[in-house]
Design a protein around this ligand. Structure first.
Ligand SMILES: NC(=O)c1ccc[n+]([C@@H]2O[C@H](COP(=O)([O-])OP(=O)(O)OC[C@H]3O[C@@H](n4cnc5c(N)ncnc54)[C@H](O)[C@@H]3O)[C@@H](O)[C@H]2O)c1
Length: 270
């Protein structure tokens, strides 16, 4: 068997692990032999994901977290080290948007609520910085580790209306490159920092924006499909291969990249 892409026995912590994408990725990686730590705010949802992984013969644990609170994340790391002795990968998948950080369909920029803009920036960007800072300490001691941040199509060109989230995700792509250089220069090539930029995947965060209650596409949903050469939304499982690549030896000379998984959306001009 080719070991290049192996994640067997790797300890992988996923913030936003109870979310649509995080839970899919965690379940997949556990199926590949990884020890998966589902970190989320919702205990019931997290425990259910862990139970499902265990039923399928995988290894996982749930830890309640808040990516905005360094003390909580530090305790999470302690719990992971106590359980598994190390941490090989951190996937910073926690994120989200708020209405006041966007411009409404008939509104203008004057409607933007700076407090909500600030909260969206903090959750997505600072909520990536804090776990990175905490988990990096263990990775530096081990002299190895992989961090994968969650960027977005809105990082390349801001999506109309999506003001705060786009700014935050652009910040995440930038932070990814900053950290790749920072850790390689200071701590060597064993620690790599990359990002994934998912295209449009139907999740709770964007379902109401992209589909009507009867499942048909909204005008905005139709716009996305028109600009996607594959003519469809992504399926969460279509991120799994790229994540596996980014946290395995297959990408051992790869750091600071933003891997686009979007059915071609980002290539489309006219
Ligand atoms: N779904 C998409 O099409 C898409 C596209 C591009 C990027 N993304 C990004 O991928 C990541 C996962 O998205 P998703 O679609 O699974 O969304 P999701 O809403 O299903 O999952 C996000 C998770 O983050 C958690 N979270 C929110 N605040 C938190 C906090 N303070 N501490 C810990 N956890 C917190 C939420 O509880 C939720 O479980 C996000 O960063 C999102 O911005 C999603």
């Amino acid at each position: 068997m080719n070991e290049l892409f192996s994640v067997k026995d790797k300890v992988v912590a996923i913030t936003g692990g109870t979310g649509v994408l995080g839970s899919e990725i965690g379940t997949y990686l556990a199926g590949q032999g990884a020890k998966v730590v589902i970190m989320g705010r919702r205990t019931e949802a997290g425990e259910a994901i862990v139970a499902r992984i265990k039923e399928q013969g995988g290894e996982a644990m749930f830890l309640k977290t808040d990516v905005m609170d360094a003390t909580v994340v530090e305790q999470n790391l302690k719990d992971i080290l106590a359980a598994y002795g190390r941490v090989d990968a951190l996937l910073n998948a926690a994120g989200g948007n708020m209405p006041g950080a966007t411009v409404g369909p008939d509104g203008t920029f004057f409607d933007l609520k700076p407090e909500e803009f600030e909260r969206v920036l903090s959750l997505n960007l600072t909520g990536t910085v804090i776990p990175t800072q905490v988990f990096l300490k263990a990775m530096v001691e081990q002299k190895e580790g992989c961090i994968v941040n969650f960027s977005s199509m809105s990082a390349f060109r801001p999506l109309s209306r999506i003001c705060g989230y786009s700014a935050a995700k652009a910040g995440i792509s930038n932070f990814t490159q900053f950290m790749a250089n920072e850790v390689a220069t200071k701590f060597g090539e064993g620690i790599r920092v990359n990002a994934i930029a998912p295209g449009f995947f139907l999740t709770e965060q964007n379902r109401a924006l992209l589909t009507n209650p009867d499942g048909s596409y909204t005008g905005r949903g139709q716009d996305v499909i028109r600009q996607t050469p594959f003519k469809r939304f992504g399926k969460p499982e279509e991120l799994n291969g790229t994540i596996q690549y980014l946290i395995s030896d297959a990408s051992r000379f790869v750091t600071g990249t933003v891997a686009v998984v979007d059915g071609g959306f980002n290539t489309f001009a006219i």
